[in-house]
Design a protein around this ligand. Structure first.
Ligand code: ATR
Length: 283
């Protein structure tokens, strides 16, 4: 069952975001905005799928009549397991957040990595010009896409995580280097890009306990958390003069490739879309 269906200019392909829970997902707002703005035919809604039903749901997707789906927590690995074809980023990260159907086959990619890169390209032009080191805080689902993205632009990626074993596993998978959390402050001196992928700094969670004193003033600091838009980490970085990029753009940019596949056209991440999603977050 597709809930909260956002309709485009006419009947056409239907896609949906799939998760558990899924009521909080902002994809319908974003996809619905583009459907109306670009006057495309189609619709986009939400489908709540329990974890125990995920394998069966994805196995049947190619025959369901849907054009495809976005996949959110906790189903990105189940979606990966169900795909017949992958783009390289999905294979490398083992996670799929965007699905479409081609010649009856279920195809998947991971647009979180592309969204992360597009957000930095958009808001910090030339951030990747001179290589160097990136430090990623956290080693969960979101970190996979971020580590892949940074490595794809030629940065040497170091990962620290509360649970060291997860950092090791991710580093091995994606050609990065794992360190103890206690080494993070010492690593900052060589860091050109600092990324928080942990849930610390999110409204209602604890703050990140990291002294930025050793971080070069030119280093870019970004967070994948976007509620609040300016996390305590970003506020501290900005106060000492570092360039900062918030995480909202990653959410918006990761939605672009799916829209193009299902509905066509050229959806853009504009200030008006940002304001619409921000109003929803704040409302
Ligand atoms: P996501 O898919 O959003 O990345 P996740 O896979 O649950 O979610 O990962 C959350 C990340 O935040 C992990 O790196 C987690 O560290 P652990 O691997 O040690 O669990 C990190 N994290 C969450 N709460 C934390 C806390 N209080 N202190 C430090 N790290 C924390």
């Amino acid at each position: 069952r597709v809930d909260d269906l956002q309709r485009g200019a006419a009947d056409g392909p239907i896609a949906a975001v799939v998760g558990w829970p899924v009521a909080h997902a902002r994809s319908p707002l974003i996809q619905g905005y583009w459907l109306r703005k670009l006057g495309r035919a189609g619709g986009y809604g939400r489908i709540a799928v329990r974890p125990e039903d995920a394998a069966r749901f994805f196995a049947g997707l190619a025959r369901s009549g849907l054009a495809g789906a976005n996949v959110t927590v906790p189903h990105k690995e189940a979606a990966f397991a169900a795909c017949d074809e992958f783009e390289p980023v999905a294979r490398a990260t083992g996670a799929v957040n965007t699905l479409w159907i081609e010649a009856g086959k279920l195809c998947g990619t991971n647009t979180d990595a592309l969204g992360f890169l597009a957000n930095l390209d958009d808001r910090a032009h030339g951030w990747d010009n001179s290589g160097g080191q990136a430090l990623v805080l956290g080693a969960g689902g979101a970190a996979r896409a971020v580590v892949w993205a940074l490595a794809s632009r030629g940065l040497k990626v170091r990962i620290v995580n509360r649970t060291r074993a997860r950092a090791e596993e991710l580093a091995t998978r994606l050609g990065a280097v794992a360190h103890d959390w206690s080494e993070a402050e010492a690593l900052l001196g060589q860091t050109r890009v600092l990324v928080n992928t942990t849930s610390l700094g999110m409204s209602g969670k604890g703050d990140l306990d990291l002294d930025l004193a050793a971080l070069p003033a030119t280093a870019l600091v970004t967070d994948i958390v976007y509620v609040p838009l300016e996390t305590p980490l970003l506020a501290r970085a900005r106060a000492r003069g570092n360039p900062t990029v918030d995480g909202l753009g990653m959410l918006l940019h990761q939605a672009v490739p799916g829209f193009r596949r299902w509905f066509g056209g050229c959806p853009e991440v504009t200030p008006a879309l940002r304001d619409l999603v921000l109003a929803d977050i704040e409302g």
